[in-house]
Design a binder for this molecule. Sequence first.
Ligand SMILES: Cc1ncc(COP(=O)(O)O)c(C=O)c1O
Length: 386
Amino acid sequence: MKKKILQKISIIKKKFGDKKIYLHEPSIHIDDIKSVVKALRDNEISTYGKYTEIFEKKISNIVKNKNILSTINGTSALHLALKILNVNKNTEVLVPSLTYVSTVNAIIYNEADPHFIDIDPLNLSVDVIKLDNYLRKKTIKKNNKIFNKITKKEIKFLLLVHLNGLCCDIDSLSRVLKKYNIKLIEDAAEAFGCFYKNRHLGTFGEVGIFSFNGNKVLTTGGGGALVFKNKKLFKKGFNYATNCKILRNGEVDYDDVGYNYRMPSMNASLGISQINKLNKFKEKKKKLFHFYKKIFSKDDHIKLLIPHKNLNSNYWLNTIIIKKNKKISKKNLEFLFKKQNIFVRSIWKPIHLVKRYNKFQSMNLSQTEKIYKQAITLPSSPFLWR
Ligand SMILES: Cc1ncc(COP(=O)(O)O)c(C=O)c1O
């Protein structure tokens, strides 16, 4: 078993060469440098400016939605999304425990309670059938609203997370949510460039968010964006992202407590050159996925996760699962890769296993806990495919 794995790691090593290989690095070239230098020369540095608007237009063209607002990072975008949807201390938000901590923190920033739900091990997203059964047993409908029978709080939203550029069957999930009158918010931080049935992930709910952090498919340094279902939500988001600043009788005034969240022009200038290369990045990452697929196909011990048949993925992080056997642990496998200078990482630690967060409501999370023991992500930078 170990010998076979070592053989596979050596094929990967041969492809990537001798230098240290990280999980996902930014691909920065001369066009990116020129774009940022131009912003510096134009004095487009801090606060939003002309490059912020150009970048938002480019996102609009890809996502096919006019209501785009770029932010300083994905975390602030999540905070804002929940804020403008009136998530508050009387609200419970369904959320997978298997996610990056920002998803859950955004719920807590708004004083609401996360309510953890289990994942489908095939796509690291929501287990739709389990969710349906759970909601049938644990909730009660009053005046077309859904309440948790135990806490008596309203369950208004599911905050869906598209991990590693994968997603669940969105059609089935939408049917279940409609049945319970629960609205969808999408954390598509890891899913820019992903299309489910030709529709961009992040555009299925009320609000979706993206991250353009340095480790994402494309980067603005730090950065994020929101996509809103309609103009009304966009206007509300815009207002809160710019300190709720308004002009009243020719004077600056503020109509609520807002935030300084809009993306600075200099960051956006990097986004402009990066987004022009999105398809190129995706093509290379797809080839890398097929390279890994070939290596791990017919492997008795390790399985590579394959995107849903209706998903045109960005292949953000290729993920392998150790099949049910006791011959190798996740730690051992990580060690074997790291010994060859290939940096791999466990999938996110489930948030309900973190002490500060384990007090919140949750369904049985057996699949989340099991997959956490079995899954690691592999280096997936686009430039690794040469
Ligand atoms: C699923 C998920 N949500 C939210 C975020 C937060 O994005 P950012 O790092 O841009 O704040 C990340 C970032 O890694 C993420 O992976």
